[in-house]
Design a protein. Structure first.
Length: 281
C-alpha cells in the first residue's frame, strides 16, 4: 500500500467525507515554481523555503516559492512575452483565462517570496538585479494588494517572460485537508545576475540544495516535505543541468492523493512517484 498514516484525529473526517456527511473544501487555483541553478561544485540545485511553524497549511515544510492566484493576475493588458495562454492551457489542461492567471501567479509569487523576477524590459531580456529599496517597496505593494502585478510591470516598463518557465506537474490537495489548492508546478532557471533570497514572512529558512539530497533528507525524516515537493525533487534529481531540465518533454498528469480507512487506520494513498520516498506504514 502506497500511503502515509494520517493523525488519528483525521479518521472521523475521512469517514465523514467517504459517507457524504461532509463536503470537501473547494481547491483554490495556485502556482509554484522550482527555481533552479547550476552550481560549480554541487551541480543542479533547487531553491527551497521552510514554512514557519505558525502557518495553518504545512507548517515546517520545505517548499518551492508559490501561492494562490490573485483575481487580477489575468489582467488582459499585462505585458507578456513568450508562449501565450493557449499554449499553457494545453500543457495544463486549463482554460486560457486560468492558464494566464497561473503563469502570472507563478512569476508574481516567486518575486514576492524570493525577489527572483522572470521579466525584462524587452521580449529577449531579463532584469539582472532586484536588490534595493525600490524593489522592496514594489514587493510589499504586491503583497498587500495595493498594486496588481500588471500595474507593477507597466510602471517599470517590463514584460513577463513566460518563455523562461516550463510546465512540470499538477497536484491537488487531498479532500481530507481543510485548506486545499489546485496547484500547477513550473520550473525555471534563476536569471543571470539575480539572487534568490528569503524575503517572505511565511518562511524562516532558505536553502539551495541538490534535489537528490533534499529527497534523502525527507526520506530519513530530517526534513518535512509534502508529497508533491518530494515527487518534483525526485524527478529533477534525474537531470545533471538546468538546461537538461528545461529541454525535457513533459506530459502533465493530475495527482490527487486520497484518504482511506485501511485496517481501522486513516491513510493518505500516494502516487508511486512520491510514496516510495516515505517510510512504510
Amino acid at each position: 500500500m502506497n500511503g502515509l498514516r494520517l493523525p488519528a484525529e483525521l479518521r472521523t473526517r475521512v469517514e465523514d467525507l467517504r459517507a457524504g456527511r461532509l463536503l470537501p473544501t473547494p481547491a483554490r487555483p495556485a502556482a509554484t515554481v522550482a527555481v533552479l541553478r547550476d552550481h560549480d561544485r554541487h551541480g543542479l540545485q533547487a531553491f527551497l523555503l521552510r514554512r514557519v511553524s505558525s502557518m495553518a497549511f504545512a507548517p515546517g515544510a520545505y517548499v518551492f516559492p508559490g501561492g494562490s492566484v490573485d483575481p487580477r493576475d489575468g489582467e488582459a493588458d499585462l505585458g507578456w512575452s513568450g508562449p501565450g495562454a493557449d499554449v499553457w492551457g494545453t500543457a495544463f489542461r486549463a482554460g486560457e483565462t486560468l492558464a494566464r492567471e497561473l503563469v502570472c501567479a507563478a512569476v508574481r509569487e516567486t518575486f514576492e517570496e524570493t525577489l527572483v523576477l522572470l521579466a525584462g524590459p524587452s521580449p529577449d531580456s531579463v532584469v539582472d538585479d532586484t536588490r534595493g529599496d525600490d524593489w522592496e517597496t514594489d514587493r510589499r505593494a504586491l503583497l498587500d494588494r495595493t498594486q496588481s502585478f500588471g500595474e507593477f510591470l507597466a510602471r517599470r516598463g517590463l514584460v513577463l517572460r513566460s518563455d523562461l518557465l516550463r510546465p512540470w506537474a499538477h497536484w491537488i490537495t487531498p479532500e481530507v485537508e481543510a485548506k486545499r489548492y489546485d496547484t500547477r508546478f513550473f520550473v525555471a532557471a534563476i536569471p543571470p545576475g539575480q539572487r534568490a533570497r528569503d524575503v517572505s514572512t511565511e518562511s524562516d529558512r532558505a536553502v539551495w540544495v541538490r534535489p537528490a539530497e533534499a529527497v534523502e533528507r525527507a526520506t530519513s525524516g530530517e526534513w518535512f516535505l509534502l508529497p508533491p515537493t518530494v515527487a518534483t525533487l525526485a524527478g529533477l534529481a534525474a537531470f545533471d543541468t538546468v538546461a537538461d531540465v528545461l529541454a525535457a518533454p513533459r506530459e502533465i498528469v493530475v495527482h490527487e492523493p486520497r484518504a482511506e480507512i485501511i485496517d481501522g487506520e486513516a491513510y493518505l494513498v500516494l502516487p508511486e512517484d512520491a510514496s516510495h520516498h516515505y517510510p512504510a506504514g
